[in-house]
Design a protein around this ligand. Sequence first.
Ligand code: ADP
Ligand code: ADP
Length: 229
Amino acid sequence: TAAVHAEGIVKRYGPTVALDGARLTVRPGEAHALVGRNGAGKSTLVSVLTGMARPDAGRVTFGGAPAPGWGDTAAWQRKVACVHQKSMTVPELTVAENLFLGRLPGGRTIRWRALRERARELLAGYGVEVDPAARIKELGVEQRQFVEIARALSFGARLIILDEPTARLDAGGIDRLFGRLRELRAQGVAFLFISHHLQEVHELCDTVTVFRDARHVLTAPVPGLAEDA
Ligand code: ADP
Ligand code: ADP
């Protein structure tokens, strides 16, 4: 069974048909790239696969089971993690608050000191030094992006979608992100990686799907697989 399978997905925004019967299958443990020019429908598909946009038609399954109900955010988060193109952090809140709020066990005193320490460790795992008590709005662009990434990847989902995650990273940051993704992959986590950069697709992915005009065009192996794939 597929980590995620989508078929017949239709999504309209007024007169614009963003997805026109689109399909996609990502298998367990696969590093799957999704490419296509601007406006091909990639980000819209990401919204549909993460429960953020309700399709007008079509079917999504995770591991063969129907996707969670519309609006059941917690259930979607357990199925699929996502680094969106748009920021999902709250600028006014601290790094630790952004990483842990909304998913702390209820009925217990929050031990912020321990959480700040955990936040520091989490980001150090990406080679990023960040003050966990700093507000997001005080951070540099790359630090901020790694908070987004660390937050998404710490939900423990077996499927991770990354929509242009390297856009705000320099070469060193990209290496650190890819290193972490390879570790996750070695643990059997699948990912869907959206990128304009063919070199990144080559480095990271074993399978590529091309979208054009709101539809699937082809899915094929990436030639010249990454050395550790
Ligand atoms: P949108 O959400 O508007 O579709 P995209 O994420 O598709 O935006 O792309 C963001 C911008 O980055 C685009 O304007 C695109 O031209 C540019 N871009 C990204 N990667 C490349 C690349 N490899 N070569 C040229 N332009 C790129
Ligand atoms: P890609 O990510 O491949 O660049 P998108 O999914 O962002 O493509 O966009 C597909 C089409 O849907 C584009 O024509 C875009 O302008 C349109 N679109 C996407 N999101 C919205 C929205 N929220 N409202 C209106 N039109 C949208």
